[in-house]
Design a protein around this ligand. Structure first.
Ligand SMILES: [Zn+2]
Length: 324
């Protein structure tokens, strides 16, 4: 049963509708049953197999398990770090080049959709998290790398080749460090958690904390910054400054209502960097009212977003078929 939402889109009525959601991550395979209200009803994880064939078998088993838990599943959503096109999935994490996962799964009547992990996180926040009620949003991870899921006018913006959102590879320093993509000065070379950790190591090696008998972890530096250690605070704020430069660029490019932050660096340091980032973006971009928010969904954003894609595609099919 469907009804029209005030903004003109459609929503399956009630929360009894469920989807299987699978997150094909760098180390783990997670699967869950998610209902139409974004509630995770069932959740499991295992170390991810390495080979493609074993991954396909593990996903089939996960889908069967989800179906046992919720026999009326309306579809399967799979979130994966990679470039998704109609030809298949290209992922350096998985060592796949255009691997046709949907074809390999062949789940009969159950529709299977695949979505990039950052796009999934963005959809999760849009439908069930911090971005509810908004329509132009950037979901930004400041983690090992830097990446984004981009929502334009209420839909995931994929770009012509499914590559939109590779914001970590914006060049911000022509003479900067060499990146894995082959260019110099990519944003993630200075603004990622990896870059932050590198600067901590360099600071320790240069004698910043002479009384410390071990190299502090990023978590220890955060703790020290909270306690008033000036060197630790300077390191956190330096990374925040680099983050702010890129966010200002994104604000100028996309004019979003909100940027939703996730990833280890952002999540662990949010109380220290939030106000600074807000000021920085206000001063460095044309946008005066972009909201900077921390994820409400944490590690579940992708799982919820992949399910959300299943629900959205079903709504669209119902809207076309029903001719309302
Ligand atoms: Zn790069």
């Amino acid at each position: 049963m469907i009804r029209r939402r005030p903004n003109g889109s459609l929503r399956i009525k009630g929360t009894s509708v469920t989807a299987a959601s699978i997150d094909l991550g760098g180390t783990n395979l997670r699967w869950a049953v998610v209902d139409g209200a974004g509630k995770v009803q069932y959740h499991r994880r295992l170390p991810r197999p390495r080979e493609a064939e074993a991954i396909v078998v593990a996903i089939r088993t996960a889908i069967t398990e989800c179906r046992d838990h919720s026999p009326d599943l309306v579809g399967v959503g799979i979130s994966v770090a990679g470039i998704i096109t109609e030809r298949g999935i290209t992922s350096t994490n998985l060592d796949w080049h255009e691997f046709p996962l949907v074809v390999a799964l062949a789940q009969g009547d159950l529709p299977v959709v695949v979505i990039n992990d950052m796009a999934a996180g963005a959809l999760g926040e849009l439908d069930f998290g911090r971005a509810r009620g908004l329509s132009n949003v950037i979901y930004l991870t400041i983690s090992t790398g830097v990446g984004a899921g981009i929502i334009v006018d209420g839909e995931v913006y994929r770009g012509a080749n499914g590559m939109a959102g590779e914001v970590g590879h914006m060049v911000v320093d022509l003479n900067g460090l060499l990146c894995s993509c082959g260019r110099r000065g990519c944003w993630e070379m200075i603004a990622s958690g990896t870059a932050h950790h590198r600067r901590i190591r360099e600071a320790y090696a240069s004698g910043t904390w002479p009384n410390l008998n071990h190299e502090p972890t990023p978590a220890e530096v955060t703790e020290r910054a909270r306690e008033g250690d000036r060197a630790a605070r300077a390191l956190v704020m330096r990374t925040a400054r680099y983050v702010g430069i890129g966010v200002s660029n994104l604000a100028n490019l996309y004019d979003p209502q909100a940027v939703i932050f996730t990833g280890g660096f952002a999540r662990n340091n949010w109380d220290l960097i939030r106000d600074y980032l807000k000021n920085e973006v206000r001063e460095q971009s044309f946008s005066q009212n972009v909201q900077l928010l921390l994820t409400a969904l944490g590690d579940d954003a992708g799982i919820l977003g992949a399910a959300s894609l299943v629900f959205r595609q079903r709504e669209k099919a119902a809207a076309c078929g029903g001719g309302s």
